[in-house]
Design a protein around this ligand. Structure first.
Ligand SMILES: Cc1cc2nc3c(=O)[nH]c(=O)nc-3n(C[C@H](O)[C@H](O)[C@H](O)COP(=O)(O)O)c2cc1C
Length: 449
């Protein structure tokens, strides 16, 4: 396997481009400069005024500059800010959001990120998972979405993925879920089947970016069609009966998640795992009811959505993560994602978590700060469904702008949240949100910014 293929596969597994991170960080700095440039000196003082006023700054950006009266330039920015009506046209990062019966305390969410740390290879989370997730809950994240969790052992991305494929796994999740909730955050979980991208390596096992051989604990993979992903082993095509079985596995895992105390369920239909393998015409060549046109390719996902809803009941929010494009000609694209999102909404999906890529190996992705936000905005507008935006959203003002512009209903902070579990608390300080409105753990209030 050539080196550059390996790099692309690294990207594809995780929905981001590791090798381009340095360039992205530079672009990020540039973006921050541009944001400041857009606003000019006036906005700097507006930030200060907002800081004095506290919460709600994020929603002022666009609407206030539109409604501002140029003739009153003699007033100071602080006076102008004070004179403006306090009404918020759009929610800010620290405003709650309600999905069905669930109110999430803010709109800064931790996206699912596989930690490959179920070291006993039995799908059960470890003390690492407890520390990792509960820290982010203490750090102020609104919704903590636990990483890709396998609905079947052969659906694990790696041997060290967590799982909920059996009842005996339920109890191992409770302490994590309980303490995420005790910290005031919402505990959600992403359910996944990796399909042709299953049985790959990870740091604890080796074989990263490759298929783990049977002698090292790997297993044969399955997919809609016998088309391999990059240099991974060729999968076997699933029979219709097996497809029905996997629909049932998603539903059963969702039921176990709710039994463990999770408050929201996310179905992983992105990043080239089994569901997106069905969606994308480049990986689905079936000629039965699970292939062909958009309706056929979406059937597997829609059946999963219906089966999961049946099990979790009407009160629990159901999220679906999509790749809005595979970045490949002739494949899955934004128009199909919008059409799919409309269908998902009709089937009771409460929010679409918008990512991209990971489906087709070897594509080039224009990674830069906020590069996936335009996809969220289009899906939100055209499918009229709540969405999250994710992907190199690293700066508080950048995140606030996504909401202020109506590009998403919540933002997800991934790698920046790995670097800093307290990202939301730090963001609140940068945005001038009063401490009383920030989700500090009681124990940490004396250390507030
Ligand atoms: C270590 C790591 C593991 C990831 N695992 C998952 C996963 O389990 N499920 C998923 O949908 N996305 C996964 N992703 C993608 C992230 O959820 C997120 O979409 C991506 O990192 C881009 O956001 P960011 O720029 O804020 O990090 C992973 C990303 C990283 C860095």
């Amino acid at each position: 396997m050539a080196d550059n293929e390996l790099k692309h596969e690294n990207f594809d597994f995780r929905g981001f481009d590791v090798p381009d991170l340095k360039a992205a960080a530079m672009a990020d700095a540039q973006n921050e400069q541009d944001l400041r440039g857009d606003r000019g000196g006036k906005d700097k003082s507006k930030d200060k005024a907002a800081k004095a006023k506290g919460k709600g700054k994020a929603t002022q950006d666009k609407s206030s500059s539109k409604s501002g009266k140029p003739g009153k330039g003699s007033k100071s920015s602080a006076q102008k800010a004070a004179a403006k009506p306090a009404k918020q046209t759009r929610p800010g990062l620290f405003d709650p959001i309600t999905l069905r019966e669930l109110t999430v305390r803010n709109r800064i969410w931790l996206p699912p990120m596989d930690t490959y740390s179920a070291f006993a290879r039995d799908g059960r989370p470890t003390p690492f998972h407890y520390q990792h997730y509960v820290s982010r809950a203490l750090g102020g994240f609104g919704m903590v979405i636990v990483e890709a969790t396998a609905v079947a052992p052969e659906g694990r991305i790696s041997p060290c993925d967590v799982g909920l494929w059996a009842d005996w796994q339920i109890d191992s999740w409770r302490w994590i879920v309980d303490d995420i909730k005790a910290a005031g955050a919402t505990a959600a979980i992403q359910l996944n089947h990796a399909g042709r991208k299953a049985s790959t390596g990870c740091f604890a096992v080796g074989y990263e970016g490759q298929t783990v051989p049977a002698e090292a604990g790997g297993w044969p993979t399955v997919a809609p069609s016998e088309i391999a992903f990059g240099g991974l082993d060729k999968p076997r095509a699933l029979s219709v009966d097996e497809i029905h079985g996997i629909v049932g596995a998603f539903a059963a895992a969702a039921g176990r998640a709710v039994a463990a105390g999770f408050q929201a369920i996310e179905i992983h239909a992105a990043h080239g795992y089994l569901i997106s393998q069905f969606l994308d015409p480049l990986s689905n060549e079936r000629d039965d009811e699970y292939g062909g046109d958009l309706e056929g390719r979406s059937r597997f996902l829609v059946q999963i959505v219906d089966a999961v809803r049946e099990v979790i009941g009407e009160d629990v929010p159901l999220l679906v993560r999509v790749s809005a494009t595979d970045w490949a000609a002739g494949g899955w694209d934004l128009d199909q994602t919008i059409a799919l999102s409309r269908i998902l909404k009709e089937h009771g999906v409460d929010l679409v978590d918008v990512s991209t890529g990971g489906i087709i190996a070897g594509v080039s992705v224009p990674v830069k700060p906020g590069y996936q936000v335009p996809f969220s905005e289009q899906i939100r507008t055209k499918a009229d469904v709540p969405v999250t935006a994710v992907g190199l959203i690293t700066k508080p003002k950048q995140a606030a702008k996504v909401l202020a512009r109506g590009e998403a209903d919540a933002v997800e902070i991934g790698r920046a949240g790995l670097r800093d579990p307290y990202w939301p608390l730090r963001a609140a300080d940068k945005l001038g949100v009063p401490v009383a409105d920030v989700p500090y753990p009681r124990q940490y209030v004396r250390g507030a910014y």
